[in-house]
Design a protein around this ligand. Structure first.
Ligand code: MRU
Length: 356
């Protein structure tokens, strides 16, 4: 039994677990150029907010090694252009631009191209390593909120393969397993592309966690019928007031938790907070192709010309969120005050960057 990993930095090469092929095949693919990284992100070979950020950081660092110029001004111009290109691959998860900005920031701290190239790789590795530590801490804090032998529902995959290791919403289950604390996890399948059925079920089975799959439409019935004790989800972007964008269907679960009177937890590292926006209305919501809805594995399940609306994420109002679990601790309402208070370090760092 082991916790699966989706991103490896092997001898200066970026290798990712192709999540499109799970659970049937376990295939690790090398990403060698910027366009490979862009393609891997947009086609969900690598997905999950922190994993997208880490992969993009390595991708930009790798591409920068091939820049021919010795002039720092040209180097930075090209780096910004490539960062903008990668940053547009998926609009909702803020970890993507957060990671790319960290790389731009570090490169602008030297006048020497060779040094910049080295710093970029070091920074990407640091982002990767920090995310593992953050997820472990999130798991520790979440474990303190979840009682032993309880039934917990989740959606999508906010697990080890969506991060450097452990995951966010799934971290307490992996850590609990190491400590002999047992949970019964109910995974929503997560239409349209089944991150719950294909990825969460597979990942939790790898580490021996008890997991039961349900379709998204069974959530309300299951909360009552099985006596679900809590719901825990990940996040793609959290506004200053706690409003949270996460996989489509998360809002349904939050409303159900409120009706059933059970806690609804969001687990996310501080890299998922966007303190430049006041509320969820400002979060860009990615819309994906009609193909994802009208067919499954290439087989049509609706008439070909069907009109489709396919938002990949929804925004849960912070009024439905019992607590937000970060690597720094547990944040309770009033979110407008308490998020800023906990993340004050990050705010100061953002200001430093903006002032440069
Ligand atoms: O479209 P995806 O699979 O990238 O969506 C992922 C999610 O919504 C996750 O819950 C979120 O990114 C957090 S991953 C720790």
């Amino acid at each position: 039994m082991s916790i699966p990993l989706s991103i490896k930095w092997d001898d200066k090469q970026l290798v990712i677990l192709d999540q499109q092929k799970l659970p049937h095949e376990i295939v690790y693919t090398k990403l060698e150029a910027l366009k490979d990284v862009y393609e891997a992100i947009i086609t969900l070979k690598v997905r999950g907010a922190p994993a997208i950020g880490i992969t993009a950081a390595y991708g930009l660092a790798i591409e920068a090694q091939s820049y021919k110029t010795n002039l720092m001004i040209d180097f930075l111009e090209r780096l910004k252009k490539d960062a903008t290109y990668l940053g547009e691959s998926r609009p909702t998860a803020v970890n993507l631009v957060w990671a790319l900005n960290r790389l731009l920031n570090v490169a602008s701290q030297t006048d020497n191209v060779l040094t910049a190239k080295q710093l970029l790789v070091e920074e990407a590795k640091r982002i990767h390593q920090e995310d593992e530590e953050s997820c472990r801490n999130i798991g520790e804090f979440a474990l303190a909120l979840l009682e032993n032998n309880t039934k917990v529902m989740t959606i999508c995959n906010a697990g080890s393969i969506a991060t450097a290791k452990y995951g966010t919403a799934l971290a307490p289950f992996h850590l609990g397993k190491e400590r002999g604390k047992e949970f019964e996890v109910f995974a929503c399948e997560t239409r349209p592309v089944f991150q719950g059925g294909r990825l969460t079920v597979w990942e939790l089975q790898q580490s021996g966690v008890d997991v039961t799959l349900i379709t998204d439409s069974m959530a309300a019935h299951t909360i009552g019928a099985k006596g679900i004790d809590a719901i825990i989800v990940g996040a793609d972007r959290i506004a200053k007031n706690g409003d949270t964008a996460n996989k489509i269907g998360t809002l349904n679960l939050a409303i159900l938790a409120s009706v059933y009177g059970i806690p609804f937890y969001v687990a996310a590292p501080s890299s998922t907070f966007d303190l430049s926006i006041n509320n969820g209305e400002e979060i860009p919501i990615e819309e994906r192709s009609a193909e994802e809805i009208i067919s499954i594995n290439g087989k049509a399940i609706a008439p070909v010309n069907t009109k489709v609306f396919n938002p990949a994420f929804d925004v849960t109002s912070s009024k439905y969120i019992t607590a937000i679990i970060t690597e720094k601790g547990i944040i309770y309402p009033n979110y407008m005050e308490n998020i800023s208070a906990q993340l004050v370090d990050s705010i100061e760092k953002e200001k430093d960057y903006e002032n440069k």
